[in-house]
Design a binder for this molecule. Sequence first.
Ligand code: TRP
Length: 333
Amino acid sequence: MTPVKPRTLSGIQPTGQLHLGNYLGAMRNWVAQQEKYDNYFCVVDLHAITIPHDPQQLRAATRAVAALYLACGIDLTHATIFIQSHIPAHSQLTWLLMTQTPLNWLEAMTQFKEKSLRQGENVGAGLLNYPVLMAADILLYQPHAVPVGADQKEHIEITRDIARRFNSLYGETFRLPEPLIQKEGARIMSLTDGTKKMSKSDESDLSRINLLDAPDEIQKKIKKAKTDPIRGLTLDPKRPESTNLLTIYALLTSQALESVAQEFAISGWGQFKPKLTDATIAFLEPMQERYRHFTTEPGYLEAILKQGAEKAHALAHETLYQASTNLGLLLPP
Ligand code: TRP
């Protein structure tokens, strides 16, 4: 008998294009550790509609993110890939959990405060309840661990708080998951401002390298990337751009950060940037090739997503049933 592996669940929003920050901060770790776990990876399209969006772009991005999961090396013998909205239990459990979540917990979330500031008057209730939907995503699958970037820690904490509260009020229902946060590379910064996270929502496309960027775009972006007037690259919190680009280089070439820092300690930016460009293009090319393969073969991706949804549904439904019963909902005959 093969021992049962611990389970993980994680997800990425299909808003905009996936970039190196997504890959180096999260997906790369998913792939590196996938054999140790029974993994569930979803494309969280219901989260993507909590901010203003374009329906057609959302559909395309949802498909693209699923294909990039495969292209970056997620292996279906260790993982289930599915689309969040294909499993109605995510929406259903969200309602159940919303009734049990104190409003002030949600109002205190950093992401809500930031995003609602940006949106002014028109803050949808979905933005406030975003963390509850995320808690439902996670708790439905009873995972032991949630592999995410460092910025998601607060969301895992509120998930645990909601689960703990539910369990204590209505009996043991949910497993409390642990965040699984990789230290190195967990936070890749913007190319145009080394103090800001590389982000899909940054207005400037020059701030990020998208996983599907063509070689000439990559070259242009790295050429324009912010530098400082100091010669020689160092790992120095006071030099965020230098630290960030060295980190990216080290991760893409699978070298230790320290040895990369040594290599470029006396090089000028003009020597370093072409090397970073070459490394980035060489790294992304095979991924882009696999992406094209998965997206051009008709029905291929659809078949994977259908299978994924069936597997995810079975697990999610069990937890939803348990939560409904424990809350005292009368089940249909
Ligand atoms: N909030 C996550 C992000 O922005 C996305 C997400 C939604 C997620 N549901 C999840 C991540 C469940 C992990 C598990 O990156």
